[in-house]
Design a binder for this molecule. Sequence first.
Ligand SMILES: Nc1ncnc2c1ncn2[C@@H]1O[C@H](COP(=O)(O)OP(=O)(O)OP(=O)(O)O)[C@@H](O)[C@H]1O
Length: 368
Amino acid sequence: MTAEDTNIKIAVRVRPFNGREMERSAQRIITMDGPTTIITNPKDGAERKFTFDYRYEFASDPLYLSHLSLNLIQQRVFQDLGEAVVENAWKGINASILAYGQTGSGKSYSMFGYGLNKGLIPMIADRMFTSMAEAKDPGVELQLTFSMLEIYNEKVYDLLNPAAGDALRVRNTTNTAFYVEGLKPFPVTTYQEIESLVDRGTRNRTVASTKMNASSSRSHTILILQFIQISKVGRTEKRSIINLVDLAGSERVNSAGTEGERLKEGVNINSSLSVLGQVIAALVQKQNGKKGLVVPYRDSTLTKLLANALGGNSRTIMIAALSPADINYEETLGTLRFVDRAKQIKTAATVNENPLDKCMCRQTNNWG
Ligand SMILES: Nc1ncnc2c1ncn2[C@@H]1O[C@H](COP(=O)(O)OP(=O)(O)OP(=O)(O)O)[C@@H](O)[C@H]1O
């Protein structure tokens, strides 16, 4: 099967001002003009312009903040970004969505949503089950599994199986394909099952975080849906993996006055996100013809697990979550620069279809 090169798609999303920003009478420094996102330096008024694939902003009109209009925007995000993920899963193509941005910028809002205001994860799961219920071919058996993990201080924890306690090991099948040994995929047959597993995983994340004196923004969370279509007639198997990633806050850690666990956490978050930046830079240089370059996937747990999403067999989308406020100028500019580099990466998604007799048919939880 031939690989089809596509660039990583970037979506920028600006959230409304929060209470703290309003209290401080923060000014808006992000504007959007057609495909262009413009950020203004509050010190000297200098503008920087970026162009991305999708943009979502909020209007200053308070009506925007009504539940209905918030919901409409969540639905638009799903139509633009999520629908194709489900369509590709049916074709046997892997997909990944990563949310990047500083703490409180709206990553979880985009990925999980809040209450009735559902985000991409519940909407993708819902659409998956609707399409499976509509599938008509009795000769094709459909299987969907779900797993959820957390990377905290470079270690991987199975959020659906916390009894396992200890961190799981990341192993590699090839130089660029890694998997989590012992991560338990749960077979799911209804939307409600996924919903309760996500709730369980989120609760475990909070418990683990509290125990470790962390807040949720200090770990990376990855949800994995694996979809398998087994054709009994053609004796083939089509597999696809959907990775949904809520990254830790990208703000730089101020080490002044920080010690012990907090410092370690900060250093680890910083280093895994900075390795992510280095991996992106290396992939871009490689695509621009630079020879003999080693992409440093191995330098962090996060980049090992995202190797396929970034440089391999996946269609990948990055959501850059932004605060609109001048007081966050540096972080917001950092986020825009980060995804501006990532948009140059090309991934080569292939259809994962194999004859049943030849396929390895192991319950993988990897990204390969
Ligand atoms: N696009 C949006 N529209 C309306 N409200 C939003 C939007 N994005 C975020 N919010 C609100 O902003 C707050 C912070 O968002 P969220 O928790 O998603 O941030 P985060 O980037 O995931 O933070 P953390 O890294 O700490 O987990 C929440 O109260 C959320 O409801």
